[in-house]
Design a protein around this ligand. Sequence first.
Ligand code: MSP
Length: 663
Amino acid sequence: MPNEKPKFYLTTPIYYTNGLPHIGHTYTTVVADTIRRYKRMLGYEVVMTTGTDEHGVNVERAAKNAGVPESEFVANMAETWRALWDELGVPADEFIRTTEVRHARTVQWLFKRCRENGYIYPGHYTGQYCIYDNAFVTEAKPGENCPDCGRPTETLTEENYFFKLSAFQKPLLDFYQKNPDFIRPESRRNEMISFVEGGLKDLSITRTTVRWGIPVPAEESHVFYVWFDALTAYLSAVGGPEYERRGFWPADLHLVGKDIIRFHTVYWPAFLMAAMLPLPKQVWAHGWFLMDAAKMSKSKGNVVLPRPIANVLGMDAMRYFLLREVVFGQDGNFSYDALVQRYNSDLANGLGNLASRTAAMIEKNCGGKIPKPAALQPQDTALAKQAQNAIGEVMEHYNKLTFSRALEEIWALIGATDKYLTSEQPWSLGNTEADQARRATILYTTAEVLHIVTALAHPVLPESTAKVWILLGQPGQLGSLNLDGLRWGQIQPGAALGKSQALFPRIDKAEAIERMEAMENETPKQPVPAATSNAPASTPGAGSAAAAAAPAISEKIGIEDFAKVEMRVGLVKTAERIVGADKLLKLTVDIGSEVRQICAGIAQYYEPEKLIGRKVVVVVNLVPRKLRGVESNGMIVAATVGPEGRPVLASFTEDVEVGARLK
Ligand code: MSP
């Protein structure tokens, strides 16, 4: 069909359901969404797949801990992930769950094809297994920890099917050679080439030690190994065995973090070669977002959640930060401080300010209509030239996925326009005909730059650029604009400005950080068990005034749950205020066995000096976390009183020994 749009298929990893989404996962999904929007603006029909990886020992364990069947646990978690992507404006076109029937069919079909082609054989395997990474760790000896995640490994022997990965050493090296762009960036490509050159061992692809997985056809005691299962999800999402009908396979781009590059660039193409299926065109491995120089993980307690940022600063601010702050492919540090800094300097003072002052000046001086330019002066043509050049350069950067460079270019143009306005001073021109003509030219030029900036920044800042588009009175949906046709001079003089809308209001840094941290601390970091139908209901019609004022008592727990919380008597040794955090005090507290640093949100109600020497109740076995950049290793127990939630410290009327446990 001559009018058919070209197709583009891209994927994020299929995320594990034993954890909750954090900013690291959000990063990959936001990048995928940005590419999707960009490709759509170039006229592609795009499918973006994301989903959930729901099988394996970890899920079995997590479901057991939550006290629910695996199927219920994963359904709940998959919904959490899907709902978050929808809420953040990065919804999947195809959301694939590895527990879906369409997926099981594809995995079994892929296995059969590999087997028929002679690449599968039965055998035994004994080795060290890392249950966190769901992988045998060939480098580790019994008793040693996993070199990737540092957790203990387990020795495991089992009967399983092997995939002849060793047969693919040469085909893979040939493939990398013929397709130099298959692995990006170059450093990862070199790493993978040396890995494959070092020799490939056959791979066990089924398990008899795991129950929760896709059964191997005619071998009911075996289920598929998580990577044979998970990678195949990319194909299941676009038709599986009938992939040709939808026309989206092979994938154009698999986006992954550097942690899983080997699975995607060695195992996955080998499986597909063995099954004689087309290979994906590119795998792009980006770096990690680090928190305090370490990869985020829930066991370290250093994860940053996306929702508080989206709620306080807006989703566009988060997208901008993720793509601007770090060179795509490299690791980068996450900090709230840098995030709010960028928000205020680049978004509020940069794009937001340029848009609102341009609109205000056109409103005031040109009757709210884009003015017609008069004779151009060299400074007008210079800015026009810079904008015209930026179009090509920014698109080139998007094509190469060098997002931070693309944004630098766009913001350089914003900066140049700010300078242009400062030197041309349209506001100090008078009412003579010549002055009016000059002002019209300046404001037209500024509006035109804004038009180009808006179109170019749209893939990264979809919500706010759509608002600027309306503000500029431009017709149609910005997302459907053809970027290939973007040129200087397309804004129509005479077009009436649309309704002005709030764009990136300036925000007080300390307050923004406090709000985000407070929301973050309120959110559970571990999967919460699905609500079950026999959950106890709160007592109806409780009569007393006290009962009416206090919130209903939540679901009952067993004594074993309470026993998990370790509370001890502590003695406050020092107490001080934290600069820039009105509500927090930094305390050092002796808990008997050691002296801990703890931050407490009581600064508005307790004088630090008066706390020294006071005995308090401390929860001592919480994962440490940072509050306003200060480590807090424990929590002081307080009652919450009155409508403002005033904290009142728990205390004792009798003398108690420091370190005594509360039961
Ligand atoms: N289920 C596997 C992937 C199977 S794909 C067929 C998995 N899941 S995961 O939930 O652990 O997600 C890993 C991916 O999340 C990384 O590859 C990366 O895309 C993203 N990130 C997780 N933490 C991250 C950071 N701290 N920084 C950047 N990206 C991170 O592995």
